[in-house]
Unconditional design. Structure first.
Length: 348
């Protein structure tokens, strides 16, 4: 067989290979075109989504700015309302203090009037007696001017008891002087007690305030109530003496009203952990556990209607807290109560 016949099939094979390569290239090109189209579609979709997200963020940003503006306006309005409410509360608190102060002064009036009337009564009686003694001495002087001899003067002296008169006269003057001093102390203590509206804080010894209040409060105590005051070694603190006087008065009055006629009230001051501790305890009826959390509530009282305002402990608690202190209570029914007041030396 000639060589040319052997090469003819090879030509067909090459043509088939070229066609196959062309077909493969065409398929690859179509694949690339489809991939490019999908990429462009995906890219366009992504751009649309990003644009929509950006537009949504812009809308949310504008809405947030509007909301922030409304919040700022509301905040300013709320701050004004709060300031108004604070002023209202402060005014109500001042009225509350004044109301309790007037109630305390009203309750004091009868007791103090009696306490002052007592020495005034015996001073008046002593003065009347002293005037009668003076008349008898003047009569003796007139008789002596008229030429009374020594024997007549001796008999007159004995008959009119002038030795007793002179002795009693001196005692009347001493007693009257003591009564006048007692009145002066009551007036001075009462003046200190009524300094609640004093605008400036002062350095004051709590022992002195308690002593003043005790002199006033005793006018409200039953005669048989025993009061013991143990004054500790404590430094003076910057405070409002009139306000603290009202606190101690309210506490003492509550204690006196909770004990029986022969009850006991104890007061003691001392230093404890950098603060002044004032304990006021009694052996009275005590306070039930379910009421102990309510005793500082305004207008809460366990007494009968007309027997108390229900403001004493409320005002006292507010005053102590305003001085940076606190009040603690320990009590059991039938075993009395102990109020412990703490006043820091350094007030914040």
């Amino acid at each position: 067989m000639p060589w040319g016949g052997d090469l003819e099939p090879l030509g067909y094979l090459e043509a088939d290979a070229d066609e196959a390569r062309l077909s493969a290239a065409t398929e690859l090109l179509e694949l690339l075109l489809r991939s490019n189209i999908r990429y462009r579609i995906a890219s366009e979709m992504h751009s649309e989504v990003v644009d929509e997200d950006y537009a949504e963020l812009q809308r949310k940003h504008e809405a947030l700015k509007e909301s922030e503006e409304r919040y700022r306006s509301l905040s300013e309005h709320l701050e004004q309302r709060v300031q108004q409410q604070v002023k209202t509360i402060e005014q109500a608190q001042r009225q509350l203090y004044q109301s309790e102060k007037l109630a305390s002064v009203g309750q004091l009036a009868a007791g103090v009037a009696h306490e002052i009337n007592n020495p005034i009564s015996f001073i008046s009686s002593n003065l009347r007696t002293a005037l009668s003694y003076l008349d008898r001495l003047k009569a003796l002087g007139e008789r002596l001017k008229q030429g009374m001899d020594s024997e007549e003067a001796r008999r007159y002296w004995q008959d009119n008891g002038l030795d007793f008169l002179l002795k009693d006269f001196a005692e009347l003057l001493d007693e009257s002087q003591g009564g006048a001093g007692r009145i002066a102390r009551i007036v001075s203590d009462l003046k200190g007690f009524t300094r609640i509206d004093h605008v400036d804080a002062e350095m004051e010894d709590l022992n002195r305030i308690i002593e003043q209040v005790l002199n006033i409060a005793r006018t409200r105590f039953a005669p048989d109530i025993q009061v013991d005051f143990t004054a500790g070694d404590i430094p003076a603190i910057r405070c409002y003496p009139g306000q603290l006087g009202q606190v101690f008065y309210n506490m003492l009055l509550n204690a006196a009203q909770s004990v029986s006629a022969d009850g006991r009230i104890g007061i003691a001051t001392a230093m404890q952990e950098g603060a002044i501790r004032v304990q006021i305890e009694d052996n009275g009826v005590g306070i039930p556990a379910d009421l102990q959390e309510r005793i500082f509530e305004p207008f809460f009282t366990t007494r009968e209607v007309g027997q108390g305002t229900g403001l004493g402990l409320t005002v006292s608690n507010d005053i102590v807290r305003a001085h940076g202190g606190r009040i603690e209570l320990e009590s059991e029914p039938g075993k009395g109560a102990r109020f412990t007041l703490y006043f820091p030396l350094e007030q914040g």
